[in-house]
Design a binder for this molecule. Sequence first.
Ligand code: FAD
Ligand code: SF4
Length: 338
Amino acid sequence: MKELTYVRAADAAEAVAAVSADEHATFLGGGTNLVDHLKLGIATPTTLVDVSRLATDEVGPADGPSGPVLRIGAGVRNSDLAAHPLVRSRWPAVARALLAGASGQIRHQATTGGNLLQRTRCVYFQDVTTPCNKREPGSGCSALEGYGRYNALLGASEDCVAVHPSDLAVALVAVDAVVVVLGPDGERRVPVADLHRLPGSHPERDTVLAHGELVTAVELPMTDLTRRSTYVKTRDRASYAFALVSVAVAVELAEDGTLADLRIAWGGVAHKPWRAEAAEALLRGRVPDEELVRQAVDAELGDARPGPDNAYKVAMLRGATALALRDVTAPLAEGASA
Ligand SMILES: Cc1cc2nc3c(=O)[nH]c(=O)nc-3n(C[C@H](O)[C@H](O)[C@H](O)COP(=O)(O)OP(=O)(O)OC[C@H]3O[C@@H](n4cnc5c(N)ncnc54)[C@H](O)[C@@H]3O)c2cc1C
Ligand code: SF4
């Protein structure tokens, strides 16, 4: 049995100090990902600094550096966030993404910060008997020649072809969310779109955060763009399964039915939530009919190199993106907020 020191930090600064001072320490949120990794031998910290009970469980309007935001504490549980009335009405994509993830029990335990920082579900990453550059740098990538059904379509490298698993992160990219991070040198803000990394030659680094940096909150800018937003997830089972591909969209419709503005983010296709800017550019100012959406998806996939096992994701992306756009451009039901 391996010895572990458990520390319950009194506040965020104490948590940051405790982890920064010890290269073998790590933050513990709800534990739904990390504890599995401890059991499997994937994570081998000697100290766990519990941040799930800090005073970071509030959701409410606040003043961000660029205007009003909804501030979500990093300790807010996934089910509480999904049920929050403001999130449901103003950021439906976020509420739907949360409800599409995991199971009720896991959502009750999982935290906002932990969800964003959960690690890949690549089957080889989770099997310590196989080579994996993310788990053990320099050991090789078993997924390159192995089971490729879950492999990335975009942004992969010769060292890693894994995809990022969080549903919430995809929705947050589509609504231009920002994470607030506290480190030993103070606070900084990172757009969620820039939080996760492409693998390059360092797949062991999932994010741009340094050791000891704590996510304390997520901020959602209060724009009208997000009211018409949704999240579409395709998966092997109707619930309790990770995305094969997923799509978050947020749109602002002009009176003539054209897309005055929009954001598209994809999950299940890359090592990070993928903001589909080429697709957005093709759709902006146009009516998103089926053929145009197909062209937009294909434009975004220009550099994609699907293999025989994961080529199905291309067709799924076309379908899921069309479905999501159809959803958000449909006339609103009577009584719904626009
Ligand atoms: C069976 C199963 C099915 C699942 N299905 C889905 C799914 O469909 N979609 C989906 O999105 N997720 C799914 N999940 C994953 C689940 O959502 C995550 O495990 C959970 O969100 C992680 O949150 P946590 O608070 O438990 O994090 P923890 O397990 O405590 O931590 C995860 C990581 O984040 C770090 N961390 C935690 N909090 C912070 C912080 N504030 N700042 C910095 N670092 C921090 C930890 O050090 C650790 O590395 C599933 C999980 C299971 C077990
Ligand atoms: S794809 Fe990435 S996570 Fe999976 S085996 Fe290869 S290096 Fe490891």
